[in-house]
Design a protein around this ligand. Structure first.
Ligand code: HPA
Length: 277
């Protein structure tokens, strides 16, 4: 294992997926965040593969996160969707957190839609709104590209000027307008977690330019950009950040908000995918 390059390990996972779902040729990858897994109901499923059956994949330890790849077509577009993801706070290194992203890109997904549940930092944002991610702050303190660079995956120092593709964002805005969905837009701050922020930290994040905060996504987007894939990011604002609303935060609240926006979210993503097809 030690002498193997990352791309060799990724290739083995790609082959395992192709063996489980023959003919899988997705062009679009979708990462479904907490409470947003219902999108798979709209997928005409060709096959699913549990993460435990894919070499190199880790399984999530978090309740509310399933762990399987769903392969099929959504609005006629060949897709691979991650139902469940693993997080840094579960103890996995950044390179393992992003491994499924690399496998989806190698399977053929040159475009990715990455979703998450997030706390609102911008005081104007209400719970159950959807935010288009315009940019991010990687405040996790780590990076999936640490260590020797595998040039077969991407460059040593990848550009991050356009982490969230401008054309894809424009498509998302147009689709939201066409279905009369209020779409917020802003900067996502990715933190390590798993404790939620303190009120002082939420105020700090606001001063740093963040509009929403969560515990995922930023590492995945770095890995995707490293490999040259373009990314659309959507956050479900599940709650106001700590200190911006009365009462404590809970994972149950996050899941309930995900369930409540699911319908809008599914409509938005399905129509975006249809436009991309
Ligand atoms: N903070 C961090 N992560 C989150 C939050 C939050 O308030 N809500 C959902 N995920």
């Amino acid at each position: 294992m030690e002498n193997e390059t990352q791309s060799v390990v990724i290739q083995r996972a790609v082959e395992a997926v192709r063996e489980a779902v023959p003919g899988a040729q997705p062009t679009l990858g979708i990462v479904l965040g907490s409470g947003l897994g219902g999108l798979v109901d709209g997928i005409e499923i060709a096959g699913t593969v549990g993460y435990d059956r894919i070499p190199g994949f880790r399984t999530s330890t978090v309740e509310g996160h399933e762990g399987r790849l769903v392969i099929g077509t959504l609005q006629g577009v060949p897709v691979v969707a991650m139902q469940g993801r693993v997080h840094l706070y579960e103890g996995y290194p950044a390179s393992e957190v992003v491994f499924p992203i690399r496998v989806m890109v190698r399977l053929g997904a040159t475009r990715l839609i990455v979703t998450n549940a997030a706390g609102g930092v911008n005081p104007d944002f209400d719970e159950k709104e959807i935010m288009l991610i315009s940019d991010h702050l990687n405040l996790t303190g780590t990076n999936p590209l640490l260590g020797p660079n595998d040039m077969a995956l991407g460059p040593r120092f990848p550009d991050m000027t356009d982490p969230y593709d401008a054309d894809l964002r424009q498509v998302a805005r147009e689709v939201a307008e066409s279905i009369e969905l209020k779409l917020r837009e802003g900067v996502y701050a990715g933190l390590l977690g798993p404790s939620y922020e303190t009120p002082a930290e939420v105020r700090m994040l606001g001063r740093l330019g963040a509009d929403a905060v969560g515990m995922s996504t930023v590492l995945e987007v770095i890995a995707a950009r490293h490999m040259g894939a373009s990314v659309l990011g959507l956050s479900c604002i599940s709650n106001k950040g700590a200190g911006l609303a009365a009462g404590p935060l809970s994972h149950d609240e996050v899941k309930a908000a995900g369930a409540a926006v699911q319908e809008d979210f599914i409509a938005l993503v399905s129509k975006i995918v249809a436009r991309l097809g």
